[in-house]
Every structure is written in structure tokens, then in C-alpha cells.
Design a protein around this ligand. Structure first.
Ligand SMILES: [Fe+2]
Ligand SMILES: [Fe+2]
Length: 259
């Protein structure tokens, strides 16, 4: 709707127009699609629509309990790389990082860790991305891989001159020169420093920092075999199995399911 064409005094605010658009979109859908609290929190709203309110707003419609028709359809038995294609916001950063590790001749475990290190960011939620990402893959990979991904979040903030890793300039740019990691991150770093797999996690940082070239040539097919050998793909499809993190993959598959 053209705001300028409205009678004087009736101009709608941006958020009113957004609500109107969302309402219009909801009406077009066969089922009621609603936002969970977390999606609303990201918009600065503490709250969500109740089923009573939704039923009143969309009489005669059922709640969405399956696929969201607005999202790309996923295969019946999705594999890890299907999530890369159909759900992740971007895979370029992951592929660049893994390509860097591949070219450096690092072990497959490290290459896989680089390939998956930021799936928290591009595939789930930014906040505490190392922890979320590690939890998502934990049942399907070698323990060393998920451990390294968990702690890379902390290690990123601390230099290690022995491998040429400096505090990232990008962090100064993004968080300001005075940013200090919180105590739980410092603790995680100190613990990780003494751990037998420290260098695996550190390699994620080393390969990560050079991985922001928009022109780098990368190909997911370079990693199909490594994923095949190192990621235990459940036969039911990732998300339809019974692992402790299957629900996270199901949530990614169907993020707007009512329950
Ligand atoms: Fe990261
Ligand atoms: Fe990264």
C-alpha cells in the first residue's frame, strides 16, 4: 500500500504496515504459522500469540504442525549437507575455512571441525554459537570434533603466537577496542589451554581468521567424502533419529511448528 496515497492523519507506522503484511501473509497460508518467543525476543518483543488469540484471528484454520510452506522443502530423510543447502543462511565461510584446512594438509577430523565450526551462527543462533553448534553435532562426530567446536568460541578471543594466531582485527572492529570476554569465556579458555585437544580447537581459529574472502573459490563437493567418513548420518534422516540433539535439527527443519 502506498502510504503517501492515504488520507492525511491516517499514515500507518512501519510496524503497523509490517503487522498488516504479516496478517495478509498468514491469511494466504492454509495453516496458522506463528512465531515462538525466541523469534519475538529477537524483534525486542517479550511475548507471543496465544492459541486463543490465534484462533480468534484466523477462524476455521488449524495450527501448522509440519513443514512451513514458505521454506525450501527438505528431503524426507535429510542428511547433513541438505541442511547446508536448504537451511543454512550461508555456507561460504564454512567452506572457505575447511578449504584452508584441506590445503594445509590437516587431518580429516580438523577439516570436519573447520567445516562445521560456525553452524551455530549460520544454522541456528549467533549467541553462544560454539556451544550450540557443538551440541547439534555431538552425537554424530568424534568427541574431539565437537569439543574443538565448543571451545573455539572462547579461543578466538585469545592469541597464540606459537601458531601465529593474533586477536582478530575484525573483533576490534565489531566489538570495540575495550571489549573483554565474559568470565565464563575466560574460564573456558584457561581450561582448554591445558586440554589434550587444545591444538585441534586452535586450528579452527587459525583456519577461520583467513576465511572471509568473498572471491575465494570453494565447492561443497570437496567435502562430501570427508563428511561421509566422519559424520555418522542416521539412517532415519538427521532430525528423525533419537539422538540427544535430533530435536535441534527437527526445529531447524520445521522452525514454526506450533508444538
Ligand atoms: Fe566461530
Ligand atoms: Fe568462523
Amino acid at each position: 500500500m502506498n502510504v503517501a496515497a492515504q488520507p492525511k492523519g491516517q499514515t500507518k507506522t512501519l510496524s503497523e504496515r509490517a503487522d498488516e503484511l504479516e496478517h495478509h501473509m498468514e491469511e494466504e497460508l492454509e495453516r496458522i504459522v506463528t512465531k515462538s518467543l525466541l523469534f519475538n525476543l529477537a524483534d525486542g518483543r517479550v511475548g507471543m500469540d496465544s492459541s486463543v488469540a490465534l484462533n480468534a484471528k484466523y477462524p476455521g484454520k488449524y495450527m501448522l504442525m509440519g513443514d512451513d510452506p514458505r521454506l525450501p522443502k527438505m528431503p524426507a530423510k535429510p542428511q547433513l549437507l541438505d541442511y547446508f543447502h536448504f537451511r543454512f543462511a550461508s555456507m561460504n565461510h564454512l567452506l572457505q575455512s575447511a578449504t584452508h584446512a584441506l590445503k594445509a594438509g590437516l587431518p580429516e577430523k580438523v577439516i570436519l571441525a573447520c567445516l562445521l565450526h560456525d553452524i551455530g551462527v549460520c544454522g541456528f543462533i549467533r549467541a553462544d554459537h560454539g556451544y550450540w553448534g557443538a551440541q547439534m553435532i555431538e552425537p554424530y562426530v568424534d568427541e574431539e570434533v565437537s569439543w574443538a567446536i565448543r571451545v573455539h568460541q572462547a579461543l578466538r578471543f585469545f592469541p597464540d603466537e606459537s601458531v601465529g594466531y593474533k586477536y582478530p582485527d575484525m573483533y576490534v572492529k565489531n566489538f570495540g577496542p575495550d571489549y573483554k570476554p565474559e568470565p565464563y569465556i575466560v574460564r573456558e579458555y584457561e581450561e582448554a589451554r591445558k586440554h589434550k585437544w587444545y591444538m585441534t580447537a586452535r586450528q579452527i581459529c587459525v583456519n577461520d581468521i583467513y576465511s572471509f574472502d568473498p572471491n575465494a573459490k570453494v565447492d561443497i563437493n570437496d567435502f562430501v567424502d570427508i563428511v561421509g567418513r566422519n559424520f555418522r548420518q542416521p539412517k532415519e534422516g538427521l532430525g528423525w533419529d533419537s539422538s540427544p540433539s535430533a530435536h535441534m535439527w527437527r526445529t531447524l527443519m520445521r522452525p514454526t511448528r506450533f508444538l
